[in-house]
Design a protein. Structure first.
Length: 549
């Protein structure tokens, strides 16, 4: 039975040692090879003073060193902190200080950007650079003051690994000994939110959270050891990280890809005969707009979406390109990993639904007074069960707001003490299918009514000329908040399109929901996980516009 994160690999290595676990371009690693490299790395951690509970930051692109570093932490009982490689030095410093990272693994280019701020890191004592030899490293560190060099040890990857050398045939290895026996319920990783509503918060995941998430996803996606999964999302994103864990749980092959253009993804699908692909709406929209060769998707068995609503027009286009692939539409939040999915068999019947709870989770819908909602009544989605994470790192106030005692009316088969109150308004129909309404913090109050931006966006996306739509609000003297529609459109004549949009809205919406202004933009700003940055859009708009009356 798999209980710890590193066992996702070690157990597969015992079952099928020669099966390919990882592919990066032309490089392949079998489960046996990957397991041995992880063991070697865990010993090197130990030689540098890393022990159970210590935080190890991993600030890398998708590569084998990234994967090895995370799973080696689990083997030693340390805590891995994946850091999105697109973040800048100041953001990395915040994360490093917030969770007291002791050792950081990065590359030479990212280290260069961090040098001016290294003196501000309070707990960091070791940096490992994966792509520089000793000479290159000395050159990179030339501007670094001697005082900081005495505090922080900075070495290259090979020197780091040489502290525990394997025999030539790679057979002389044993698992490092943790100072304290760890429990599956202990902290395994800290994933930082994107911080679009303030400083990012570190979400604490246990080994059970991660392993059970992998088991749940592999179950409803019906993964097999013959699957080849293309990992295009950041490994610092729980959705992206799960591409690894669900793959390793079942003993399948994971292909890591850092892409520049959507065509790179399509080429990779063809080259590696990919069977499973996961993405977020921005990437799916890009993939729906490029030309797919006729045989590009012949191997695709399924594709999944999470991280936002996938426009129905985009879904329809993707199904044309991948006619034999089953689409899975999913909803989740890092605090509970994944909550619901819509089965491919239900998409044509109820395309706007979030589906039902994934395996090992229980979902209920509650009123503000804590009582259960009736069918088709709007309420807050509450997630119960062992996928509920451990809370926010060193943030008791935020944890208490989101993690609350499990409601008494829940079945709660695993008797978990805390539930995640998601802050999302949903409705449940008579058959138990859930429908997203809006986030609590994005609801717009206008003319005395409460308006869901998601509902309005879905109406706008019914127009084929509207490629993307985001709803924000602006202060209004008469309305309280005025509704502003921001549109990415494919039509050149914007005045004609604006007239069409307003006509469409008036035919399909009550007057109070019709946007007071329509603004066309070339593209939306996005946070590191690819979601539209609503806060930035709202601030930027209101800086340039007087209150709407």
């Amino acid at each position: 039975m798999t209980s710890f994160v590193h066992e996702l690999i070690s157990h597969s290595a015992k079952r099928s040692p020669d099966t390919i676990a990882l592919q990066i371009k032309d490089t392949q690693l079998s489960y046996a090879q990957l397991n041995k490299q992880i063991t070697r790395l865990a010993h090197s951690y130990s030689e540098f003073g890393i022990s159970q509970g210590d935080r190890v930051g991993i600030y890398l692109a998708k590569n084998k060193e990234n994967v090895q570093s995370m799973f080696a932490c689990s083997l030693l009982g340390a805590v891995f902190v994946p850091i999105n490689p697109v973040l800048k030095a100041q953001q990395v410093n915040y994360i490093a200080n917030d969770c007291q990272i002791k050792l950081l693994i990065t590359n030479r280019a990212r280290l260069k950007t961090m040098i001016p701020l290294l003196g501000d890191l309070t707990e960091l004592n070791t940096i490992i650079v994966i792509d520089a030899n000793e000479i290159q490293l000395r050159e990179t560190l030339r501007p670094l003051p001697q005082s900081i060099k005495k505090i922080i040890t900075i070495i290259d990857w090979q020197s780091f690994l040489s502290n525990y050398a394997l025999d030539q045939d790679n057979t002389n290895y044993k698992e490092p000994h943790s100072q304290v026996a760890i429990s599956p319920n202990d902290l395994a990783a800290i994933f930082y939110t994107s911080g679009s509503t303030g400083q990012p918060k570190g979400i604490m995941l246990s080994h059970t959270n991660i392993v059970l998430g992998a088991k749940s996803v592999s179950q409803y996606l019906q993964l097999g050891n013959n699957d080849k999964i293309l990992a295009v999302l950041p490994l610092s994103f729980d959705y992206g990280f799960n591409q690894l864990t669900s793959c390793f749980f079942i003993g399948a092959q994971c292909v890591l890809l850092d892409y520049l253009l959507p065509n790179d993804v399509i080429k990779a699908i063809t080259r590696y005969e990919i069977t499973g692909l996961a993405a977020v709406p921005p990437l799916w929209m890009q993939l729906s707009k490029v030309t797919w060769p006729s045989d590009a998707a012949r191997s695709i068995r399924y594709f999944t979406n999470s991280g936002g609503v996938l426009p129905l027009a985009t879904l329809a286009k993707l199904r044309q390109y991948m006619p034999q692939a089953k689409p899975y539409l999913m909803y989740g939040l890092t605090e509970a990993f994944r909550s619901t999915y819509l089965s491919p068999d239900e998409i044509d019947k109820r395309p706007n639904s979030m589906g039902k709870a994934i395996p090992n989770s229980e979902i209920i819908v509650l009123r503000e007074d804590g009582s259960s909602c009736d069918d088709d009544e709007e309420g807050e989605l509450v997630h119960i069960g062992p996928l509920v994470t451990l809370g926010y790192w060193h943030n008791k106030i935020a944890t208490a707001e989101r993690y609350k005692p499990t409601p008494k009316q829940a079945i709660n088969a695993q008797k978990t003490p805390l539930a995640v109150y998601t802050g999302d308004y949903v409705k449940r129909d008579a058959e138990g299918f859930l429908y997203f309404v809006a986030r609590k913090d994005t609801m717009i109050k206008t003319s005395g009514y409460r308006v869901s931006p998601t509902e309005l966006e879905s109406v706008l996306l019914q127009l084929p000329q509207v490629e993307e739509a985001t709803i924000i609000s602006s202060p209004s003297v008469n309305l309280g908040q005025a509704i502003i529609a921001l549109i990415v459109a494919s039509m050149d004549d914007k005045e004609l399109l604006k007239t069409s949009i307003l006509r469409h809205c008036k035919l399909n919406l009550p007057n109070y929901m019709v946007p007071k202004e329509i603004v066309f933009v070339n593209e939306f700003p996005r946070n590191p996980n690819g979601k539209v940055d609503i806060k930035w859009l709202t601030i930027d708009y209101n800086k340039k516009t007087v209150p709407v009356n």
